[in-house]
Design a protein around this ligand. Structure first.
Ligand code: NAP
Length: 243
């Protein structure tokens, strides 16, 4: 995507990013802060999250806060406690990027373990629903806000062996469509983004034998991820974007 943007594109915008320590998440968090945003980083690994927060705050002071949350263990009650901390600290949100994702295993449905099905659905769908439900009031306090879900090509057309992951991404596409209609006359826009084939840990798990030199890198996604969080995409809602 060709997108010319100002370095202050996201100045003072408060954006929550899940899966912040992942390859795409980390790149997005740093890029958003370089464009002026304040970021709320969510991840499950305390050390990695802390390192990222410190790195970001060395780029721009007081730009990042982090919260350890394992999406597999998130409950409605634990999410309520987290959201009340966010509400007290930030009052409103300008954006959420739901980026964390669990691939599970590539197996036929017949052999798909029930425990793994539950984990993937909890991480990729249930936690996204719970956090979105609780954070919507904070998004609606902003004069323009962007709720962005991460989808995949296997969330649009089913692919054999992609099981719970694929099905969770179909559900995310549905959640995006429903929310975009429910909030169509408000300042909140709701979209999905499909990163495509990107060189990350998850991609390496899914395609261990491919030539990684042929893949794009997270940095190549940044124009699209910036556009979707900026006011330049203010009229776009209900879309599933490919990078
Ligand atoms: N790479 C691609 O080609 C591609 C294509 C289509 C869609 N996507 C989507 O892009 C998003 C980012 O993935 P990625 O490619 O950047 O892979 P990644 O580097 O593996 O990032 C995945 C992120 O999800 C986090 N996560 C997984 N399980 C979690 C849990 N139980 N609780 C909290 N966080 C959890 C990981 O945490 P840790 O950092 O602790 O591991 C990591 O931060 C995902 O939603 C993925 O489905 C990627």
């Amino acid at each position: 995507m060709d997108y010319i943007f100002d370095v202050n594109l996201l100045k003072n915008r408060v954006i929550l990013i899940t899966g912040a320590t992942g390859d795409i998440g980390k790149c997005v968090a740093i890029t958003y802060v370089k464009c002026g945003a304040k970021v709320i980083l969510l991840g499950r690994n305390f050390c990695e999250l802390n390192n990222l927060k410190n790195h970001i705050n060395s780029i721009r002071k007081f730009s990042a806060n982090s919260y350890v949350i394992d999406m597999n263990k998130l409950t409605y009650n634990s999410a309520k406690k987290f959201v009340s901390k966010i509400r007290n600290k930030y009052i409103k949100l300008n954006g959420i990027l739901h980026n964390s994702g669990d691939l599970g295993l590539l197996l036929p449905i017949k052999k798909y373990p029930v425990f793994l099905w539950k984990r993937v659905i909890r991480v990729n769908l249930d936690s996204v629903f719970i956090l979105t439900k609780l954070l919507l009031p904070l998004l609606l306090r902003s004069s323009s806000s962007s709720l962005l879900f991460t989808t995949s090509s296997v969330g649009r057309i089913g692919r054999a062996y992609w099981g719970a992951y694929s099905i969770s991404k179909f559900a995310i596409e549905g959640m995006m469509q429903i929310l975009s209609l429910e909030y169509k006359d408000t300042s909140l826009r709701v979209n999905c983004v499909n990163p495509g084939q990107i060189r990350t840990k998850m991609r390496a798990l899914a395609y261990p034998n491919e030539d990684v030199s042929l893949l794009n890198n997270p940095i190549d996604l940044m124009p699209m991820y910036l556009y979707l969080m900026s006011n330049d995409s203010i009229k776009k809602t209900g879309f599933s974007f490919d990078v």
